[in-house]
Design a protein. Structure first.
Length: 319
């Protein structure tokens, strides 16, 4: 039965590119970023896609080759640039000779800083939500925090430019060592040496914003600034940025802003998290992705049925 469903999936996807994303592979960074997939699970996912008959182009190859591929392509991407890319993913992609695109946060390159959402994960490791809520109540006026809601939702309500400062205050309240010490000891992000070795093994680096910003809430000048700073950070580190940008949290800006954003930041396309049937088939500036963390063995449901329902729903909404 499953082989019949797989054949249906492959026929429906003929000539298309499915872009998969994940964040953490392996257990060594589970405390730093809880959502992820085991190393064995990631390799099994790769083998599953190979058995189905997927090719593995790079993101750039998939984008530039739209309409020319004979079979479906599986494009592997990783967000944030954690060190597990080097320790856990590199041996697997090297073994299978697979390309990879890593979307890196500019300020986090070479463990120079933490993004606010990574700070919050560490804060919650050291303090329960009740203690954090009490601290947020005390900071409510200073940061114009929502009076009610979960810890995550209250911090998300803060202006993007203030999130780092708020999390810095919470870090000082609850974490036993400074952020600088944590970065030196734990090395959660890729070092420059690791990035250079990855680049020698068919890995490209692309943009994920300078500060892991929420593009659903930024003004256009702030979006542009985030991408230009991200590009400059990669260039200063010695890497030519691949011309793609993945929206942090999958939160897209208004579609009408995409042409100007791609032009001003020298991008070919931006990538979100909401893959629909027939996406990624045309030379378009917005591509979509599917999680390999939630669906490590994607089948008919993840590859065709759910994307098909999204496609129908969006078509009805537009009309």
């Amino acid at each position: 039965m499953s082989s019949s469903l797989d054949r249906i999936s492959m026929k429906a996807l003929k000539g298309s590119s499915v872009v998969f994303y994940l964040h953490r592979v392996g257990e060594r960074q589970a405390d730093f970023y809880p959502e992820g997939i085991s190393k064995s699970g990631f390799e099994a996912s790769v083998q599953h896609l190979l058995r189905l008959g997927f090719g593995f182009p790079s993101l750039k190859e998939a984008y530039d080759g739209v309409g020319t591929a004979k079979g479906p392509g599986a494009v592997l991407t990783v967000d944030d640039g954690f060190s597990s890319v080097y320790h856990e993913i590199l041996p697997i992609i090297r073994k299978h000779a697979l390309p990879l695109t890593v979307f890196v946060i500019g300020k986090c390159i070479d463990n120079r800083a933490l993004a606010w959402n990574h700070k919050l994960i560490r804060i919650r490791h050291h303090a329960d939500d009740a203690r954090i809520q009490e601290a947020l109540d005390g900071l409510q006026k200073k940061y114009s925090l929502c009076a009610v809601g979960s810890v995550q939702s209250r911090i998300f309500s803060v202006q993007d430019s203030q999130k780092d400062r708020l999390c810095d205050e919470l870090w000082d309240l609850f974490c036993p060592i400074s952020q600088e010490e944590y970065l030196v000891v734990e090395q959660p992000f890729l070092s420059l040496a690791q990035m250079r070795e990855l680049a020698e093994n068919n890995v490209e680096f692309a943009l994920h914003s300078q500060s892991h910003a929420d593009f659903g809430r930024l003004s256009y000048p702030d979006m542009r600034r985030e991408l230009i700073m991200n590009r400059e950070a990669l260039s200063e580190a010695g890497f030519t940025p691949s011309p793609f940008f993945a929206f942090p949290y999958g939160r897209q800006c208004d579609d009408g802003l995409l042409p100007a954003l791609c032009r001003d930041a020298s991008l070919k396309a931006c990538l979100g998290f909401r893959y629909r049937y027939r996406d990624n088939r045309q030379d378009h500036i917005l591509w979509q992705r599917i999680s390999l963390e939630q669906h490590p063995f994607p089948g008919l449901k993840e590859l065709v049925l759910r994307p098909g329902l999204r496609f129908i729903k969006d078509s009805i909404t537009r009309n």
